[in-house]
Structures are given as structure tokens and as C-alpha cells.
Design a protein. Structure first.
Length: 298
């Protein structure tokens, strides 16, 4: 595994993290030959059987969907208890020969020192994350856990982010970079992660409407609305945009941050999306359809 062995050299030395793991538990690591996984047969077979057992349990459950990560963990704990039920007596025999655990726990997080670039982004483990724009140009420490990433600056934790899976992924929060973008609205047009700056479909609809009505000022006006969402609440601004878009009067001066702020500050509540007014239909129109006028099919 690349986590354990450095394949960049002919000697294939153990990585520093794997060496520290072995040293912490006072164990000695051994390497197998390249392309000979059978030499590690016990571990490989146990891994295969565990994956097969999980797959069969999911088939019996008739669903691979879980409400949360904790629910999936509970499912695995129960499965492992069932799989290990017949091994407890043998485990008790082995326990008397095992050494005591080290007094302290080995730190499991991986630390990386990275610099915040001019776009308020950091590159950690070949993925991209945004941080607050006030950190642009500064060195921060990213602490990678199994599921989260902590960003530390000057001895203080400034961000706690979910860790991205895979490579080449990105997580950009508009709240981190809106101060920077409002000062440079021209950068929004060709911003690489622009799609991340439309938190809901209504924000995208608002920007499209601005491009049609005031193309030269669309970027600036949209960013001012997005800044309002960061300060006043995304859900509230989203409802205000819905109200303005439904009015249909999006000419110059109609759709902007001032109009949104007026709705937010009004005492009356914004009507819900389910509040729909249907115009009354004149019954005389049906008489015209049934008449013998020109163009009416008999």
C-alpha cells in the first residue's frame, strides 16, 4: 500500500507515518514482494470475507441507503458482533499473550502546512477548499482526519470542514470569498468555481434575469445580493428573491440588493410559495367557445 511503502525509490522504504505507527506499538513491519499479494494471504482473505459479509447483509436489508453515517456505523457494529460471536473464546486465549497498549494514543490526523492563495483557496491532499478571505496570503495548518479537515491559524482553529473523497474535488463556500469578490466583481464572470456561488436555483435565476436586464452591472448587483445572503441569512434572501421573481417586473432598478433588503425589513411576512392567486374566469368566455363564430370547429 502506498500509505505504508514509499514506491518512489528502489528500496521501497516504509513511509514516515507507517514507521511512526510501528514504533508507537513496538512492532516490526515486513514487506512482501511486488505483485505477490498471496504472501499477505491472511489479511487479504479476511478483507475479502468482510466485504462479502457486508454485501450480503446489505442485500438482506434490501437497501444500501442510510439516514446518516452514525446509522451505517451502528449497522456495521452489529454485523461485526455477529461475525465475531464464535471467536470470543479463542480471543480470550490470545489476550493473555498480548502486550499492553502504549500509555498515550497515537495522533491519527495528518498535518499539512499550506498557503492561502489569492482566491482564498487552499490545496490539501489534492483537493480544493475555501477559507475566509482575511487569510489570503497567510500560512495555515490543515489537520486531516478521517472525515473532517480542521484549518488552524496562529494557534486557533478557524475552520472545520467535511473532508472531500477522491481527488480533484472542490468545496467553495461563498461566505468565505464574498468580501473579496464584492471588491473585484469583474472576477466573477470567469471565476473557475462560479457554479458554487449559486446556493439555490433562485439565486441562479436572479443572475440570469440581471444579465438580461442590466448586463453591464449584472455581476456587481448579483454579488451584492449574495453578500446580503451571507449577512442576513441565505433562506431569507432566497424567499425575497422568489417574491421579486414572481412579480415579473425585473426591469432596471427592480432587482437589486436594495429591493431585497426592503422585503427583509418589512413587517409583513413574505407570502409562502403555496400562496397562489388564481384569476376568476368569466363564464361568458365559454359562450364564445360554443358559438358559431369563424374558426370554431363544429
Amino acid at each position: 500500500m502506498s500509505l505504508a511503502v514509499n514506491n518512489a525509490s528502489d528500496e521501497r522504504e516504509f513511509t514516515a507515518r507507517y514507521t511512526s505507527l510501528m514504533r508507537h506499538y513496538r512492532m516490526a513491519g515486513q514487506k512482501i514482494q511486488t505483485g505477490k499479494p498471496n504472501e499477505n494471504g491472511d489479511v487479504e482473505q479476511r478483507h475479502y470475507r468482510l466485504k462479502r459479509a457486508v454485501g450480503q447483509a446489505l442485500m438482506l436489508r434490501n437497501s444500501c441507503d442510510f439516514g446518516s453515517t452514525d446509522e451505517y456505523k451502528d449497522f456495521l457494529v452489529l454485523l461485526l458482533a455477529q461475525l465475531n460471536a464464535g471467536r470470543r473464546d479463542r480471543l480470550r486465549v490470545e489476550m493473555q499473550y498480548l502486550q499492553k497498549l502504549p500509555p498515550g494514543r497515537l495522533e491519527s490526523v495528518k498535518r499539512e502546512r499550506v498557503k492561502v492563495d489569492s482566491g482564498s483557496l487552499i490545496y490539501v491532499d489534492r483537493n480544493v477548499y475555501s477559507v475566509h478571505s482575511r487569510l489570503i496570503g497567510e500560512q495555515v495548518e490543515a489537520r486531516l482526519g478521517a472525515e473532517t479537515i480542521e484549518v488552524w491559524y496562529a494557534g486557533r482553529k478557524v475552520e472545520h470542514l467535511p473532508r472531500l473523497r477522491g481527488r480533484g474535488k472542490h468545496r467553495v463556500d461563498y461566505r468565505h470569498i464574498i468580501d473579496w469578490l464584492v471588491r473585484k466583481p469583474g472576477a466573477f464572470e470567469n471565476y473557475r468555481y462560479r457554479e458554487e456561488l449559486f446556493p439555490t436555483s433562485r439565486f441562479r435565476m436572479a443572475w440570469d434575469a440581471l444579465r438580461e436586464t442590466v448586463p453591464l452591472r449584472a455581476n456587481k448587483r448579483y454579488l451584492e445580493i449574495l453578500e446580503l445572503a451571507a449577512k442576513e441569512g441565505e433562506a431569507r434572501v432566497d424567499e425575497a428573491l422568489r417574491c421579486l421573481l414572481e412579480q415579473g417586473e425585473l426591469g432596471e432598478g427592480k432587482l437589486n440588493s436594495e429591493a431585497v433588503l426592503v422585503l427583509l425589513n418589512e413587517n409583513r411576512s413574505i407570502p409562502p410559495a403555496t400562496s397562489i392567486e388564481v384569476a376568476e374566469v368569466s363564464l361568458a368566455s365559454f359562450d364564445e367557445l360554443l358559438g358559431d363564430g369563424p374558426g370554431v370547429l363544429q
